[in-house]
Ligand binder design. Structure first.
Ligand SMILES: CC(C)(COP(=O)(O)OP(=O)(O)OC[C@H]1O[C@@H](n2cnc3c(N)ncnc32)[C@H](O)[C@@H]1OP(=O)(O)O)[C@@H](O)C(=O)NCCC(=O)NCCS
Length: 149
């Protein structure tokens, strides 16, 4: 992701979250040396569009997924699955062993997506979002390998 993608990213962000990130927050991530951001483009009705994006950190062997969203018109087409799988491979290649993320308790779609990728729910941060708890989920690459074999 670069600054020229931000118009599309912010449109999707605002449609996707009750407390969306601002432009300033994304720009701050571009300057953060532990932060990475990818976009996923798709061909849709004969036109290339930014379909999804992800922002994550890699710190001391841990990956932290901070933000991921898919254009509402392009959901349930496997975009999130593909983008996270790509991100997990990137993290693993960078020596990451465990990946963490937080998800709203009510976000059944995201929780199902993460479970399908092998994430487990490890604990709850009460009222993390002010109005709602966060479920902290973790993927251990070592366990993913064991499960696959
Ligand atoms: C959650 C989100 C990223 C999923 O993106 P997506 O591209 O639609 O997801 P995929 O098509 O890759 O779905 C993969 C699997 O996740 C699960 N899933 C995704 N959306 C779902 C939904 N609305 N209801 C139930 N399960 C869902 C399903 O198991 C799905 O597999 P299936 O379609 O074969 O049943 C998208 O709904 C989104 O942007 N939501 C708003 C932002 C958000 O909540 N981000 C996560 C914050 S933690």
């Amino acid at each position: 992701m670069t600054e020229d993608a931000l118009e599309d990213v912010l449109r999707i962000e605002n449609l996707s979250f009750p407390q969306p990130w601002t432009r300033g927050l994304f720009v701050q991530e571009f300057r953060n040396p532990v932060s990475y951001a990818f976009i996923e483009k798709v061909d849709f009705e004969g036109r290339e569009r930014l379909g999804a994006y992800i922002v994550f950190w890699i710190v001391a062997g841990e990956g932290h997924i901070l933000d991921i969203a898919v254009d509402p018109e392009l959901r349930r087409m496997g975009l999130a699955l593909r983008l996270i799988a790509f991100t997990l491979d990137f993290m693993e290649g960078d020596g990451v062993t465990d990946v963490y993320l937080e998800v709203r308790r009510s976000n059944a779609a995201a929780r199902k997506l993460y479970h399908g990728l092998g994430f487990e729910e490890v604990f709850t941060r009460e009222k993390y979002y002010g109005d709602e708890d966060a479920i902290v989920m973790r993927l251990k690459f070592a366990e993913r390998v064991l499960k696959d074999s």
